[in-house]
Design a protein around this ligand. Sequence first.
Ligand code: NDP
Length: 280
Amino acid sequence: MKTVRLPSGELVSALGQGTWFMGEQSSAQPQEIAALQLGLDLGMTLIDTAEMYADGRAEVVVGKALSDRPSRRDAAFVVSKVYPHNASRSGTITACERSLKRLQTDRIDLYLLHWRGQHPLAETVQAFEALKSAGKIRDWGVSNLDVKAMTELWQVPGGQAVAANQVLYNLGRRGVEWDLLPWLHRHGVATMAYSPIEQARLLRHKGLQSFAIRHGLRPAPVALAWLIAQTGVMAIPKSASEQHLRENAQALHMQLTPDQLAELDQLFAPPRGPQALEVL
Ligand code: NDP
């Protein structure tokens, strides 16, 4: 099973589960809870959520999924995110406390700044470090930060403790390979790829479909296995479907050959120059 080592030395599953759009409809909750639990059982033990998703109700769904048996929480690695407008010195702390309540847990394993907003990075880092000292979060990171912002963060007191940067990255969005991924790799910061199948649009790519057929594979696990084949890269596909989860989990055990990787490079060209960081 593929894992990624965080700067702390902790190993986490390279394949996790997203939760954007979960918690939107109460009628869908039982299926979403069952999906997250199945994903955990299949080895996708990292769960990514945020205070933003469904106004906190995605965190409620995660909390319920983690509460069916005592061992569930310990087996999971929970990631959540603070809204930029809450990311002041005191706002980060109260936002985290609200998230902890919704998640029905006493600690978040990795707490991220969702994107950069008005509050100085130094203040957010101070709050993250205070939460860490209090045992309310175990590690912290950022999301949607480009090389310029990461360089700035690195200069801030305590900024070098950043564990991960969660960014838009998939076969069809390879711009980050030009400068951001090498920067993160050089500084020992993990990369978490969001929208790893481009919200399912990637699966309709004719080239990827014929690649999968030629090799007797399915497009989704190919796209995910390609991401997590890279050192320090995790991917967090969202699915509330049992069939899709089982398919996605195949990526944890899939080893693409050098020839297959070269074929994918032909289909989805790597960047030839710097590009602005893309976001969804
Ligand atoms: P994904 O690329 O994970 O795609 C999710 C969509 O793909 C859903 O509609 C899902 O439907 C479908 N799907 C999943 N697996 C399969 C499969 N095997 N076959 C066919 N369809 C499939 O998009 P997301 O934008 O949700 O990104 C993943 C996670 O990343 C988010 O949920 C969120 O946690 C995080 N994120 C973070 C952002 C940030 O700014 N930090 C921004 C965007 C996302 P179904 O449920 O029916 O399977």
